[in-house]
Design a protein around this ligand. Structure first.
Ligand code: SF4
Ligand code: SF4
Length: 223
């Protein structure tokens, strides 16, 4: 049985932009499969295929050694450990894995990638799961996490790289939590870690083009 860690604090990482459910269709989707119920839970037989296609990872290669979890700096705040996330994908337990906080808390630091003896990239699996959750309309357990991801991506689209001050301003407007973390923000500002003005990359148009192409791809996939 999977053991959940305690309900800890929150950290976030950038998510893939939201698309539509049809983006995730695979050639196997049209095949009819009989759902098998195990202990009252019906596994989603397509989940592993979807995750593998989106992440490029061979989920089945994970043999649950736990090395990824042992090195994860965010594990203390996660409700499912990184190896448990992979296990749930292997089992097709979509409901539990897509609703967990872990996929939104993963910082994408790649420590797990460096430690995996099977060359599996749990961070890529987390990316894929966030995308699937968003496309299936499954909200992040805390709206603030989702708002952060959107503010991050909007900032990257505008400047070509994240502008922390602008991102924070957008996040505050979205969440209306204006005084939360003010002391932390002031500390960063006085140490010169938060620039009041964005420092755009040279070729902002190229970044905007990436976002434009992505949206076009989503629309095409939906037809
Ligand atoms: S380190 Fe790799 S093989 Fe080990 S549990 Fe994590 S993903 Fe699976
Ligand atoms: S990338 Fe891996 S090690 Fe880093 S926070 Fe995510 S799961 Fe943990």
């Amino acid at each position: 049985m999977l053991r959940r860690a305690g309900e800890g604090g929150h950290q976030t990482s950038p998510a893939l932009p939201q698309g539509k459910e049809t983006v995730l269709k695979t050639k196997d989707d049209s095949e009819s499969r009989s759902p098998v119920s195990i202990g009252g839970v019906t596994p989603d037989s397509r989940l592993r295929d979807l995750v593998e296609r989106l992440s490029g990872q061979k989920v089945a290669d994970c043999y649950q050694c736990g090395e990824c979890t042992a090195g994860c700096p965010v594990a203390f705040a996660m409700d499912l450990m990184p190896n448990q996330v992979t296990r749930l994908v292997q089992l097709g337990l979509a409901e539990e894995v897509l609703a967990c906080r872990t996929i939104w808390l993963c910082a994408g630091c790649q420590t797990c990638v460096a430690r995996c003896p099977q060359l599996v990239e749990p961070s890529a699996i987390m990316d894929a799961l966030r995308q699937i959750a968003a496309e299936r309309g499954i909200k992040a357990p805390e709206g603030e996490i989702e708002a952060f991801h959107k503010a991050f991506l909007n900032s990257v689209e505008r400047s070509g790289r994240v502008h922390e001050m602008g991102m924070i301003a957008e996040l505050k407007l979205k969440t209306r939590k204006f005084v939360k973390d003010v002391p932390v923000g002031l500390g960063l500002f006085t140490k010169g870690k938060l620039s009041p003005l964005p420092k755009p990359v040279k070729d902002r148009a190229a970044v905007k083009k990436i976002f434009k192409e992505l949206r076009k791809h989503e629309e095409t996939a939906d037809e």
